[in-house]
Design a protein around this ligand. Structure first.
Ligand code: DSN
Length: 416
């Protein structure tokens, strides 16, 4: 960053501070990761200068020789990764991807059946605080058993038969288990609904071959971000199983429907990330993410701590800190932050506390696995977490140990 350093020391110093924070602390937020230097270079490239409204071959500005090539390359790689016929790589984020799908497939007032926020769903699955909840009608399903994580598929079917949703949305941002894609698809077929899976959290696990792909069960559409387990730049994407009407409607909904010019530098970085995800190393990475999360869960289990669903089958863990350590989610987040472990407070199923100070925390292993942690290091991190959660005064002491560990595992810049 030599130019930035010379021209604007103020900004340079802030970014430098963030780099140090990322380097010396542990990133345990399950929706974050470290990108490769190649992804970063593409993100910082001259493509940031270019306007490209439209789609390859059909743009509203001149000078698209290279933007068309990069978008087509990203699309081809995305299709190969997820085994589908169409991809829209323009959504600026996961929320945009979900909203684009609603506008493509629904009329105002139509119903979407999605997962309850406190049971793991996402704001864009129709929480009343969102703008989309004023346009569409969102109804919710939940887990049947919070201790095992089993979704109440019978209730889901009953709600679907009663409410006649046009979309059944399977997906989550805080659920530590796998969903039964087939059950969702069967219920959707019974009521004539589209099947949409929001795989933002598990996209990397799917393309790495360690979680099932909803397209294998006939899902119509997948939405995702590109920066979580997929380990790419911040951004979103929509994948459509078949070329045809749904794909056309989705393209129109994104542009000109509700986005303007796509961010071509991000699309270039998405192409780089997809290239990385197509390598065999990525499959090993994905498998290790889950092994690492399960190693952490074992330590919490031995401690007798209460994890929502009793453990994890993916990259994340939800811990009830009030029951286990007599700390609210906000208190736990703060203490662990002071110890150099970044994670987030999170509501747990049917939480009686507010989202700003809920009953639990959410953490996971995508970033530390990129850092090359294996089960041994993850078990150690879980033990340090417990030490701090039992006695918040230990935060400073643990921070030093984490700094030492981080020195041994500097976050890597080159992956392939
Ligand atoms: N903000 C993301 C997460 O942390 O899960 C979801 O969009």
């Amino acid at each position: 960053m030599e130019y930035l350093q010379k021209q604007d020391k103020e900004v340079f110093k802030i970014i430098e501070g963030e780099e140090k924070r990322q380097d010396e602390g542990l990133e345990l937020i399950p929706s974050e990761n470290y990108v490769s230097a190649a992804v970063m270079e593409a993100t910082a490239s001259v493509l940031t200068n270019k306007y490209s409204e439209g789609y390859p071959g059909k743009r509203y500005y001149g000078g698209q020789e290279f933007t068309d090539k990069i978008e087509l390359l990203a699309i081809e790689r995305a299709k190969e990764l997820f085994n589908c016929e169409h991809a829209n790589v323009q959504p600026l984020g996961g929320a945009n991807a979900n909203i684009g799908v609603y506008f493509a497939l629904l009329e105002p007032g139509d119903t979407v059946l999605g997962m309850d926020l406190s049971h793991g769903g996402h704001l864009t699955h129709g929480h009343p605080v969102t703008a989309i909840s004023k346009i569409f009608n969102f109804v919710r399903y939940k887990m049947k058993n919070v201790e095992t994580g089993e979704i109440d598929y019978e209730e889901l079917r009953e709600i679907a038969l009663k409410e006649k949703p046009k979309i059944i949305l399977a997906g989550f941002s805080a659920y530590p288990r796998e969903l039964d894609w087939k059950k969702f698809k069967d219920i959707a077929d019974e009521v004539g609904a589209y099947t949409v899976a929001d795989v933002a959290h598990i996209a990397g696990l799917i393309v790495g071959g360690v979680h099932e792909n909803p397209f294998d069960y006939g899902f119509d559409v997948l939405t995702t971000t590109t920066h979580k387990t997929l380990r790419g730049p911040r951004g979103g994407m929509i994948l459509i199983r078949e070329k045809g009407e749904i794909a056309k409607k989705i393209d129109k909904a994104i542009f000109p429907g509700f986005q303007g010019g796509p961010h071509m530098h991000q699309i270039a970085a998405k192409a780089v990330c997809f290239g990385e995800a197509l390598t065999p190393q990525f499959g090993k990475y994905s498998a290790q993410v889950i092994k690492n999360a399960q190693a952490m869960a074992e330590v919490f289990e031995k401690e007798g701590a209460r994890m929502i669903t009793g453990g994890t089958s993916n990259h994340l863990i939800l811990l009830d800190t009030v029951t286990s350590f007599n700390l609210t989610g906000a208190e736990a987040e703060k203490a662990l932050d002071e110890a150099g472990m970044t994670l987030n407070k999170n509501v747990i199923a049917d939480d009686v506390r507010s989202p700003l100070d809920p009953s639990g925390i959410r953490f996971g292993t995508p970033a530390v696995t990129t850092r090359k942690f294996k089960e041994e290091e993850c078990r150690q991190v879980a033990e340090w977490m417990i030490e701090v959660l039992k006695d918040v005064q230990k935060a400073g002491e643990v921070r030093e140990k984490i700094k030492d560990l981080c020195e041994k595992f500097p976050f890597p810049h080159i992956f392939v």
